[in-house]
Ligand binder design. Structure first.
Ligand code: HEM
Length: 458
């Protein structure tokens, strides 16, 4: 990335700090690089200083790249920012105003209603589902065959979130639901990468495809809701818990809201974790000594058993590996906020309406916290070393009141599936593939295209 740099000051007041902007093209600003080489653009910005500006078309965006900035923006000033028009206009028409796109008091109410089943206490009860599906999928792989590990991890995490959300075996329906979900997430990532996406109501080919996919998902979820309403037997799935939840005034959520939350959780709850696991396998294949350590750990702790929640504390190396994969390839590699008023962050002025960016991808590559940042080194997450990291230097799940609600679920899932699968099979990368992250065509930082690995049964 050789983009030039210009210095510009957003109406500085006395004593306010200034920062540089990446020079862009007239009207489109830095959108061409943002679409072509987004990670390269962010890395280039991070190299200019702790704060650097760019332009989404005519709109400025400021990348803040220090852990202290995360604390200031996501925690201390959490309510001085919202998620901005791009998120609102993309998510709300397509899936409704779920917890990911809602704001203010409404978001706080929804978060309170939805949070209980995501607490660590409750999440532990899903460990058996994760182990069960991990065992199921590895049994479908025969010795010596080649699989696309990226697709397989997506099927797996989709089955798990389907079971946790709806107590349904969507495994066999992965094709229909998976295809619909893929169309929906492709629509979201396209809209978020485009300066002026056509409104959702316009009958463009992409919008028509998305409407159709959303209908498939809605019909299926409505059937689950109807089943719960017609059958009062006690169940532990998220949907049942959402339907029983009551706010402070004793009011339940309406069906439309339950639908929006289910679509949000279904979407947010599988692609991110599948992405993290795909990169974990890729990195392990590239680093046989770490792969061997993982396998030694699972063999000595599990001795052939499917791991349970209680085993996780005795599988620390697996957890270190999963965290290191999240560091190098954070599925949510960047996210944004819009200033609701003029705000000062670390002495830099952010005018009302401007966009700020936080990028775990660049934060996780700060040399002072992660020496030789491109090196895969799971020992960075040995607990004593991890404790030395400043708060928010490692940010795969965000922070503050909008921190990922699925954090404990995802961490347990990654940890447990890694152990389950590593005990049964060894993967090796099929030679001749170029595997790179593709942030443009997917919402999460998925590998571009397929990741072919050869399966060796143990
Ligand atoms: C490795 C897996 C995952 C990663 C890296 C991840 C990352 C994130 C991040 C960074 C945010 C905050 C975005 C922002 O502040 O703008 C977020 C929010 C969210 N995540 Fe996750 N996530 C993962 C898994 C999950 C799972 C398994 C679920 C649900 C089962 C989930 C549900 C959500 C929801 C609903 C929000 C919005 C929370 C709110 O705004 O209050 N995520 N996630």
């Amino acid at each position: 990335m050789t983009t030039q740099v210009e210095t510009k000051i957003p109406n500085p007041k006395h004593n306010q700090k200034t920062f540089r902007y990446i020079r862009g093209y007239p009207f489109v600003g830095n959108l061409p690089e943002f679409r072509k080489d987004r990670l390269g653009l962010f890395l280039h910005m991070a190299r200019q200083g702790d704060v650097c500006g760019m332009h989404f078309g005519p709109f400025p965006g400021i990348l803040f790249n220090k852990p202290e900035h995360v604390q200031s923006i996501l925690v201390e000033h959490a309510y001085d920012f919202d998620k901005g028009l791009a998120i609102h206009n993309t998510f709300r028409p397509a899936i409704g105003d779920g917890i990911f796109s809602s704001e203010g008091d409404f978001h706080r109410r929804q978060r309170k209603l939805i949070a209980p089943p995501f607490q660590p206490r409750h999440i532990a009860s899903y460990a058996d589902i994760m182990g069960y599906y991990g065992e199921q999928i590895q049994q479908t792989w025969t010795d010596g065959t080649t699989i696309d590990v990226n697709q397989q991890m997506t099927n797996l995490t989709m089955s798990i979130i389907g079971k946790a959300l709806f107590d349904a075996d969507v495994f066999t329906e992965t094709d229909e639901l998976g295809a619909a979900m893929t169309v929906a997430t492709e629509y979201v990532s396209h809209s978020l990468s485009t300066l002026l996406p056509p409104p959702y109501s316009w009958p463009t080919p992409r919008n028509r495809r998305t409407h159709k996919a959303a209908q498939v998902l809605r019909n299926r979820i409505q059937r689950f809701i109807d089943q719960r309403r017609n059958n009062s037997s006690e169940r532990n799935d998220f949907l049942s818990i959402l339907l029983q939840a009551r706010d402070e005034d004793g009011k339940p959520m309406g069906d439309e809201q339950v639908m929006a939350e289910c679509l949000t959780l279904f979407g947010a709850g599988h692609e991110t974790t599948a992405t993290a696991l795909s990169w974990t396998w890729y990195l392990l294949c590239q680093h046989p000594e770490s792969y061997q350590k993982v396998q030694q750990e699972v063999d000595s702790v599990l001795r052939g058993r499917t791991p349970t929640y209680a085993d996780l504390a005795r599988l620390p190396y697996c957890l270190q590996v999963f965290k290191e994969a999240l560091r190098l390839y954070p599925p949510a590699y960047a996210f944004s906020r819009r200033a609701l008023r003029d705000i000062e962050i670390d002495g830099y002025r952010v005018p009302k309406g401007w966009i700020v960016l936080l990028a775990p991808y660049t934060l996780h590559r700060r040399e002072e916290y992660f020496p030789e940042p491109e090196k895969f080194d799971p020992d960075r997450f040995i607990p004593e070393r991890e404790k030395q990291l400043p708060r928010y230097a490692f940010l795969p799940f965000g922070a503050g009141p909008r921190i990922c609600i699925g954090l404990y679920f995802a961490m347990m899932e990654g940890h447990l599936l890694l152990a389950t699968i590593a005990q049964r099979v060894s993967f090796s990368l099929v030679p001749g593939q170029t595997i790179e992250p593709d942030p443009v065509h997917h919402l999460a930082l998925r590998p571009a295209g397929e990741v072919h690995v050869k399966v060796k049964k143990i």
